[in-house]
Structure formats: structure tokens, C-alpha cells
Design a protein around this ligand. Structure first.
Ligand SMILES: Nc1ncnc2c1ncn2[C@@H]1O[C@H](COP(=O)(O)OP(=O)(O)OP(=O)(O)O)[C@@H](O)[C@H]1O
Ligand SMILES: [Mg+2]
Length: 316
């Protein structure tokens, strides 16, 4: 079934910029517990707005690409922030909106961008997909089906999700994903928000009859504040091994990079944000698929010992 989401059908337009062949990942790199050669799809999620999902998506992708990995960024947010942060724009070309609606092939929509990255860009008309999804069969499987067509081209797909975690867009990201990365700002109400997000992830996974690995990454960390340091300790206590050791610190460079349309690795290879994302990429490559999952924490009776302290932190 074809429904018109954008102004005109785009499926017959020529592909723009996607290269036909990409260099293979350099051999000998440790892939931890990941299946060798299998494309990994990471969905960056949290219903909380402004917690660093897009910043993490773009710059984690940049860090993986800097290691020689073949990376596709999927901008699944109608705000199109990841698209802009990578210096791209959609005018009348196909975007992820048309791909999800079967009006364009994924290869037609992918664009090349700085940092040796490729991007499936977004456009504000993607917001119409939530409503259109009600008329589609298996609307949450659309992204996965499209990604299957480029499975041989990429080692990693990084999906930047919109803040609306329970909608059809996020459901597409989760259905396609091998890992849901919960992005948690180390600020007020972070823990409550993270637990709420975890519940949503659980519900979506249950509804889809599948499970995916869940990992947690802390962002916007300012070690000068005692609150942030204590919150980080509480997050580690709560999420255990599922929480990455790497935390992304606040950095002026991370505010500048999207304004000039570059991943931070290209803007400033020696800044601390580049170092943070390199460390996160290393941790992901070496530990994905190998850690105990945090879901048990949500199940009946599972309460952290330091809950009172944790709740007082969560209240900020
Ligand atoms: N580590 C950081 N240091 C400094 N600024 C940051 C950092 N992470 C994110 N920011 C800034 O915080 C703002 C929100 O970040 P971002 O857009 O990544 O959040 P988001 O979760 O994607 O938001 P939304 O829910 O609206 O999609 C942006 O202005 C971004 O530049
Ligand atoms: Mg965003």
C-alpha cells in the first residue's frame, strides 16, 4: 500500500550520494561478544527531550567511523537535528519519511556526510508517519525491512530517536535494533526518567514479542557538581553492568560541532569530547552482547538497597 506522505512520490528519482562500495572494516579488531560480520543496530532512546540523544548518535557514529567501521546514521526524528548536525538537508530528495512509507528505496535516500559517515536523513514530514502508521500493516517493521537491504554495507547503524518513546517511530527503531541505548542526562530527575524509559522499552519489546539488549550511557556530565557525581554512582548502582563506564562530559565543542555540521572528531580530533566518544566506541565494540540486563530491576520486588537516597537524588 502506498500513501502519500510528502508532496510528491520520489521512488523513481536517481540515488544521490550513497557510494556503491565501502571499504571493509580493518581486520583483527576485537568485536567482543558480537557476531562477526553482523550489522549492529543501536537505537538511542529516551522520552526525555534534550538529554543528548542526537549528540550521542552523531558523535558515537563519528567515533566508530574513525575506527574504520562502516557506519550509517538513521535520523528518525522529524526535528531532523541529526541531519542538520551532519551538515545535510533534504529539500525534495527522498528521506527516511518516504522510505518508511514505501515511496523510496533506502539506497535512494542515503547521503554521504563528513567524518566518513552515511546518513538516512529526516525531514519534518516524517511527523506524519505516526498517523499514517495506523493504516499500515506491521508499521513498526518498516525500518528493519529497509535496513535488511543494506545489511552488507554497514557494520553499525546508529538510530537517533525522537523524544516520543511510545510512538510508531521509536517502535520502528526498537524493532530494527540489536541494542537500545538509553541516553541519560546526569541532571535532575534523570533516574526517574531512566526508569520510566526502561518501562516503556519493556512494554514495546513485549508488544513486539522480542527482546533487545539494553545499555545505559550517562551524558552532560559535569564532574564539578556533587549532585552529578552522586547521581552517576546511583545510576551505576541501579543499572549495574548495563551502564557504560564511559560518561560523556559537558563540552563546548559538542555545542559547536552541530552548528558547523561536523561530527566532533572532524571539528577537533584532540578535544575531550572526541576522547569521550572514542572511549564509548571502544566500550561498545568490546562489551556489547556480554553484560547482564537491567530489566530484572523492574520486575516484582526488585528494589535497590539505597532507594531512599536514590529517590532524593532523582527529585534533585
Ligand atoms: N555533552 C554535552 N556537552 C555540551 N552540550 C551538550 C552535550 N550533550 C548535548 N549537548 C547540548 O544539549 C542540547 C540537547 O542535546 P541533544 O539535541 O543531543 O538532545 P536530544 O536528546 O537529542 O534532544 P531531543 O529530545 O529534542 O531530540 C543541544 O544543544 C546539545 O548541543
Ligand atoms: Mg534529538
Amino acid at each position: 500500500m502506498r500513501t502519500t506522505l510528502g508532496a510528491s512520490p520520489t521512488a523513481t528519482r536517481p540515488r544521490r550520494t550513497m557510494s556503491t562500495s565501502r571499504p571493509r572494516r580493518t581486520s583483527g579488531r576485537s568485536m567482543g561478544h558480537l557476531a562477526q560480520g553482523r550489522m549492529q543496530v543501536l537505537a538511542l532512546v529516551n522520552q526525555k527531550g534534550g538529554c543528548g540523544k542526537t549528540t550521542t548518535a552523531v558523535n558515537l557514529a563519528g567515533a566508530l567511523a574513525a575506527r574504520g567501521e562502516r557506519v550509517l546514521v538513521v535520523d528518525l526524528d522529524p526535528q531532523a537535528h541529526a541531519t542538520m548536525a551532519l551538515g545535510c538537508a533534504v529539500i525534495d530528495e527522498p528521506s527516511v519519511a518516504e522510505v518508511l512509507q514505501d515511496e523510496a528505496f533506502i539506497e535512494q535516500a542515503i547521503q554521504s556526510c563528513p567524518g566518513d559517515l552515511e546518513l538516512l536523513p529526516s525531514h519534518p514530514r516524517l511527523s506524519e508517519f505516526e498517523e499514517a502508521a495506523e493504516r499500515l500493516i506491521h508499521p513498526d517493521q518498516r525500518l528493519k525491512v529497509s535496513l535488511d537491504a543494506v545489511r552488507d554495507r554497514y557494520d553499525w547503524v546508529i538510530v537517533d530517536c525522537p523524544p516520543r518513546a511510545e510512538g510508531a517511530l521509536c517502535a520502528n527503531a526498537l524493532f530494527a535494533s540489536t541494542c537500545a541505548m538509553l541516553v541519560v542526562e546526569t541532571g535532575a530527575f534523570a533516574l526517574q526518567g531512566a526508569l520510566q524509559a526502561l518501562r516503556v522499552l519493556d512494554e514495546v519489546g513485549e508488544g513486539q514479542g522480542r527482546s533487545y539488549e539494553i545499555r545505559v550511557v550517562g551524558t552532560l556530565f559535569d564532574r564539578r557538581t556533587r549532585f552529578a557525581r552522586e547521581l552517576l554512582v546511583a545510576l551505576h548502582a541501579r543499572f549495574g553492568e548495563a551502564m557504560f563506564d564511559t560518561v560523556i562530559r559537558t563540552s563546548v565543542r559538542l555545542r559547536e560541532a552541530p552548528a558547523v555540521g561536523l561530527p566532533v572528531q572532524v571539528l577537533d580530533p584532540s578535544c575531550r569530547a572526541t576522547a569521550d566518544f572514542a572511549a564509548l566506541a571502544e566500550e561498545i565494540v568490546s562489551t556489547l552482547g556480554s553484560v547482564e540486563q537491567p530489566r530484572a530491576l523492574l520486575q516484582a520486588g526488585a528494589r535497590p538497597q539505597n532507594e531512599e537516597h536514590e529517590e532524593s537524588l532523582a527529585r534533585g
